[in-house]
Design a protein around this ligand. Structure first.
Ligand SMILES: [Zn+2]
Ligand SMILES: [Zn+2]
Length: 227
């Protein structure tokens, strides 16, 4: 018997990317497919703040996603058919994601500067923990804590760049073992833990660039939804 070459696929997917639909981000959704191709990514999850993205592409994988501002911190939902309102508890938010058969991820847990859910306080078990977030401040501390928690509790571990500018997309990605590129297969693979987190932090100069751009926006909008 011969094994089919390349089966299952190992897809490189940046699972945390913001576009200009987020008030503090600057990447046009139209740029995303080209950026993926340039950086060797098979695709990404678009996770704008409190806006569900359902972009599609014939060339790359776009997982529909949203980063929801819950009362307790941010929760990412992937594969949803409708947006979940902000301001609920993290547990209720995860319940709603489950009801919609989506995937719930706790992004940047333990991050000190951003609105982060402490996963050990949850009553409802999320599907995965983001253990690499390229934009985390003091990443050597926060990544380690997230990974330690996820390993101990046997959670699938994901990764994403949390890009707010085009330059940093792909700095982290999840390698997902999936039989195909369709959304349902990829989400099932994530849920089953067929995922390996890979990535590096963004550079200091990129953090500064994002901050300055972000500040300019906030003056007009007075909303801080950072990261
Ligand atoms: Zn966030
Ligand atoms: Zn984010």
């Amino acid at each position: 018997m011969t094994l089919e070459p390349g089966f299952p696929l190992k897809l490189k997917l940046d699972l945390h990317v913001h576009t200009s639909r987020s008030i503090d981000a600057f990447t046009s959704p139209k740029q995303l497919a080209i950026i993926c191709r340039d950086r060797g990514l098979d695709g990404l999850a678009i996770t704008d703040h409190n806006v569900l993205s359902v972009d599609s592409s014939n060339e790359v994988v776009f997982l529909p996603g949203i980063e929801i501002s819950t009362r307790d911190g941010h929760i990412i939902g992937l594969g949803l058919s409708e947006a979940i309102p902000r301001g609920l508890s993290a547990d209720d938010t995860i319940r709603r994601i489950n009801n919609l058969h989506g995937i719930s991820i706790v992004p940047h847990p333990y991050d000190l500067l951003r609105s982060s859910v402490r996963p050990n306080t949850l009553e409802v078990r999320p599907d995965a923990i983001e253990v690499i977030n390229s934009s985390s401040f003091l990443h050597s501390v926060t990544w380690k804590r997230a990974r330690k928690f996820a390993e101990k509790q046997n959670y699938p571990m994901t990764a994403g760049s949390d890009s707010h500018i085009p330059e940093t997309i792909g700095r982290a990605y999840a390698e997902v073992e999936s039989p195909s590129k369709d959304t349902a297969s990829v989400l099932a693979a994530l849920r089953a833990g067929l995922v390996t987190p890979v990535g590096r932090p963004i550079r200091v100069s990129e953090r500064v660039r994002k901050m300055f751009r972000g500040k300019r926006e906030e003056k007009f909008d007075e909303v801080d939804e950072s990261a």
